[in-house]
Design a protein around this ligand. Sequence first.
Ligand code: IPM
Ligand code: MG
Length: 356
Amino acid sequence: MTKKIVILPGDGIGPEIIEEAVKLLKALASEGLDLELEYGLIGGAAYDETGTPLPDETVAMSLTADAILLGAVGGYKWESLDISVRPEKGLLGIRSKLNLFANLRPAILYPQLADASSLKAEVVSGLDLMIVRELTGGIYFGQPRGIRILDNGEKEGFNTLVYKESEITRIGKVAFDIAQKRQGRLCSVDKANVLESTELWRETMETVAESYSDVELSHMYVDNAAMQLVRAPKQFDVMVTTNMFGDILSDCASMLTGSIGMLPSASLDEGGKGMYEPIHGSAPDIAGQNVANPLATILSVAMMLRYTLNEPTLADRVEAAVSKVLDQGLRTADIYSDGMTKVGTSEMGAAVIAAL
Ligand code: IPM
Ligand code: MG
């Protein structure tokens, strides 16, 4: 059956990295993978054309898609807009409208890039960590929120951190399922010593654990988790955490691997439908220069093949092709080191397809 993939290039380097991923999808299609690609607008690009960062048409086509591939959103150009129409709202909106509550962010160190990490090679070599971030709840979406004027005329900004048991349970199950297929260790990250919402998070994770006797659950406060991630990251197998803590910890984890330009992500709903995107942003400072690293987007395609399209063999091939181009010494600027061959976005993309 034909699988419909919606392509949302977005802003900044989004279009150029997506182009390389689309070439890869087309190469796989020419080998027999039955795909139909449809393009949509999101972020600043959508705002410029339609006045909103998330047009109804984009939501409609994404709702009927099997999977979505997203580049990145945001840029200086739109920073002064009202928060309600900023590019980031498009991303948050689509996550929420499609119920993509489970965000998987792997941090894997390619041995070829051990020197690109700012940490000592022995601390990071062999790193293979999965962060499971809750994506449609918590303080990102909690009500009430806003900026109000107090009686004394002073402004006050406020947001609400809320989690229902059901939201914690469903993200917990995703994380336990993943841990079961890996080394069987899950660390739940919270701030249960201060925040009631995450006290409930901790309790609920304990309840979910009762159905997973083969997974070892531990708990860690987020401040300690941030420290442990840079002190001894290999102690972790799978981490599960709230929306905002996951946002922060996943950026931190990405640097262990040398470059945020290498890391893919998947955002899944309850049925396995997913949106796939690199975890880096739109990097407007280097947009349009053919220097961005397309590998995180290409690896996002591998995640799509694995988690939504049920093509684990093709996923393995894409990941092996990425490893092979690294073996060949090809590096974009973000992962370049002496003695390697510096290549641009399109050369890197072509090399991966050649290595397939
Ligand atoms: C991410 C990004 C987004 C987030 C922004 C762009 C809204 O930082 O995907 O990690 O905070 O979730
Ligand atoms: Mg982030």
